[in-house]
Design a protein around this ligand. Structure first.
Ligand code: HEM
Length: 264
């Protein structure tokens, strides 16, 4: 099953052009949802105003090379490993889900555009990557959902309590889970079930990409922007208008040792 391209078998009933158009429509929905969210929430305006204000208190002018090196380092370390989540389960779960999703999306595009259709070759590698991406998304996502979510791990709410903020993680998990279930049932020739899971897979994608405006989807664009801005502000001395760390010993009293800090 893992080396099977489910889109290729689907192309016997649905044209590859329809599948390609679906992917293009999803990309457009991401762009539209993110832009409307930025306009409504005014987060981009806030971000640029803040950066402009901070620039005034900069103590050092950064050269192009210095800026490029800070951006490259931030991309590899802070963004590539989601370092703001500290060291621990939360970060590991996020990294698994993040790279799983990126792999799932890239391989979906490659499979549909290059390996689906009558005259198209087969690629076992890309099919395996598609399944691996979905499996990694499920491992990271379900770990987060059942055990690490703040509502569950810190606020003692049951795992089945669902609020609007869960739209993103649940839609993401539904995509990966129904995608795998569709591929499995299709491979085993269970026509009825495979049609059902395909419909659920399509619906989950429509909710995930159609819900960008209402969900946390766009954090994958905002977070990298904020990390780069923070590190540039650190290097040019403006520190986002925050005071420098106090030049004093870190004495917090014994109370700080009572409970391990958690990184939310
Ligand atoms: C394809 C890219 C990404 C995917 C699929 C992804 C996925 C997720 C998911 C499913 C959540 C849980 C959302 C929730 O609270 O319900 C989350 C939270 C979070 N993400 Fe991402 N993310 C991506 C990129 C990024 C990037 C690039 C950063 C930072 C540079 C980032 C930082 C965070 C942080 C700080 C949280 C809160 C985590 C927590 O509460 O434990 N994410 N992400």
């Amino acid at each position: 099953m893992l080396s099977n391209n489910p889109f290729s078998i689907l192309s016997e009933t649905i044209s590859p052009f329809a599948m390609q158009s679906f992917i293009i429509a999803m990309v457009l929905m991401i762009a539209i949802g993110t832009i409307i969210q930025m306009i409504h929430h005014k987060n981009l305006t806030y971000f640029f105003n803040n950066a402009k204000k901070a620039k005034l208190s900069a103590t050092k002018k950064l050269g192009v090379g210095e800026k490029a090196s800070i951006i490259a380092k931030t991309t590899v370390v802070d963004i590539g490993t989601t370092s703001e989540l500290g060291f621990g389960k939360r970060r590991l779960a996020h990294v698994l889900g993040m790279y799983g999703t990126i792999l799932f999306w890239i391989s979906s595009v490659v499979l549909v555009f290059s390996y689906t259709g009558l005259d198209k070759p087969n690629s076992e590698t890309w099919s395996i990557l598609w399944h691996a991406g979905a499996i990694l998304t499920c491992i990271g996502g379900y770990w987060f959902w059942f055990f690490l979510r703040v509502d569950v791990s810190a606020e003692a709410h049951p795992w089945y309590r669902i609020i609007k903020a869960d739209l993103f993680v649940l839609a993401l998990l539904a995509c990966a889970t129904f995608g795998l279930a569709w591929s499995y049932t299709q491979f085993n020739g269970q026509i009825g079930l495979s049609f059902l899971f395909l419909m659920l897979f399509v619906a989950a994608n429509l909710i995930l990409f159609g819900g960008v405006y209402w969900s946390k989807f766009a954090h994958m664009f905002y977070k990298p922007g904020a990390a780069i801005q923070k590190n540039l502000a650190e290097a040019d001395g403006s520190r986002d208008n925050l005071p420098p760390p106090a030049d004093a010993p870190e004495q917090f009293g014994l109370g700080i040792k009572r409970e391990e800090p958690k990184h939310y």
